[in-house]
Write a protein that binds this ligand. Structure first.
Ligand code: SAH
Length: 396
């Protein structure tokens, strides 16, 4: 059997980052804990348990993280509690924006120097944030920029949650013109394979969906978890009783091709991965989203559309075609529009609901598969029409 690329399904938290230092999980933050855990932590500090609810209401309810603004806490307790439960986790390095400010990509430096990116997408009726669940990714899909550098480490629960809270605060301050001031959707489609960091991602989903002050109070239905198809983890997700949307990055309906486009297919084949997805759909009643990047002359043949149509016909699934986004050094292009239209036509003829993703953020390397989290001199060297500004570091 072919040796698979790094398939790090364990919860190992350390890896060597670029300069040889060990990457490690960050200090504990209140978003790592449920409310009971936060109460215990506050009591450990010699404070009264109900202070945990107060500080949680600031962070999740008011989207406030500055202890000076927590005036219902005694002045003497604020610093102690903030130091123990609200360490700064995400340090903004740069922000790129396009679509008149409605699409923004932030590059964050984590406490150990690891870099990750998040993308905000504002629409007239909703605000969506695309979060990273790992620094880097071990899945090695050849068409995805994130996969090229390998996995640095898993993100902690709070590092995931804080990406959302950060943007929710930005929306609440009215900084997204023409968009609602409430962030409502989260997609785990940034850097990393969410199901390879299973426990922390599930805890993050709970924090995002628990009502304030325990969590951010988003609807489970407005959260999408995307996976390359780690079958045991998909089955585990099915048993959680959550009603998040599951997206499966399929990209090929046949094992021969999928073995190369999504190397984890060497371990879990198309039939098995689709079975696990259909089981999730059956258990939750939620339609699964089948992600399919359209790559010219690679996976866009009419016979592949027909095969995909047969595999999905009559199932609780819809296909989301993603025109391939360019990545550095890749020899592949997006399929020509007529080829894409024929692919859509054949899928629909087979009775499969199909949409083509409105890809946002390509000009800022913020679209699907383009997140590489490199800071090297890119900011300020962008084409016209882009606002590229260096955010103040250490603003937290
Ligand atoms: N690891 C998870 C989460 C990342 S989601 C997953 O793969 O599902 C990012 C989505 O963008 C995935 O569907 C991925 O396959 C897709 N993608 C990656 N590179 C792309 C590219 N260059 N163009 C278009 N889509 C891409």
């Amino acid at each position: 059997m072919t040796q698979l690329p790094v398939l790090n399904l364990s919860s190992s938290a350390t890896a060597t980052i670029g300069d040889g230092r060990r990457a490690s999980l960050p200090p504990r933050h209140l978003a790592d804990l449920d409310l009971a855990g936060r109460r215990a932590a506050v009591v450990d500090l010699g404070e009264q348990a109900f202070r945990a609810g107060q500080v949680s209401a600031h962070y999740f309810g008011r989207l406030v993280r500055d202890p000076a603004e927590m005036t219902d806490l005694p002045a003497g307790s604020r610093a102690t509690i903030a130091e123990a439960l609200l360490p700064a986790l995400l340090h903004p390095v740069s922000e790129l924006s396009t679509d008149d400010g409605a699409t923004r990509k932030t590059l964050w430096r984590l406490h150990d120097g690891s870099l990750v990116e998040s993308v905000l997408m504002g629409y007239p009726d909703r605000v969506t944030v695309c979060v990273s669940s790992q620094a880097g990714c071990g899945m090695a899909c050849p068409f995805c920029a994130t996969g090229q550098a390998g996995l640095t480490r898993n993100l902690s629960t709070a590092e995931i949650v804080d990406q959302v809270v950060w943007f929710a605060a930005m929306a609440a301050r009215g900084e997204l013109p023409g968009c609602p001031d409430r962030l409502s959707r989260v997609v785990f489609m940034g850097m990393g394979e969410p199901l390879a960091n299973y426990n922390r991602v599930i805890a993050a989903v709970r924090r995002l969906t628990d009502p304030a002050p325990e969590g951010l109070g988003l609807s489970q239905r407005h959260i999408t978890v995307s996976t390359v198809g780690l079958v045991p983890a998909m089955r585990r997700l099915t048993s959680e009783g959550l009603s998040v949307t599951l997206a499966l990055s399929l990209h090929a309906p046949d094992d021969d091709l999928r073995d190369t486009l999504v190397p984890v297919n060497q371990r879990w084949k198309v039939a098995e991965v689709l079975d696990a997805a259909f089981e999730y759909a059956a258990r939750t009643g939620r339609r699964v989203s089948i992600e399919y990047a359209m790559i010219r002359d690679v996976n866009d043949h009419p016979w592949r559309a027909d095969l995909l149509g047969r595999l999905l016909s009559g199932r609780l699934a819809h296909v989301n075609l993603i025109p391939l986004n360019p990545t550095p050094g890749s020899k592949w292009d997006a399929s020509p529009k007529p080829v894409e239209r024929e692919f859509v036509r054949r899928l629909r003829a087979a009775g499969v609901a199909t949409t083509v993703r409105d890809t946002r953020g390509r000009e800022i390397d913020g679209a699907c598969g383009q997140l590489a989290a490199s800071s090297g001199g890119k900011v300020g060297e962008r084409q016209d029409g882009l606002l590229a500004r260096r955010a103040n570091e250490e603003t937290q």
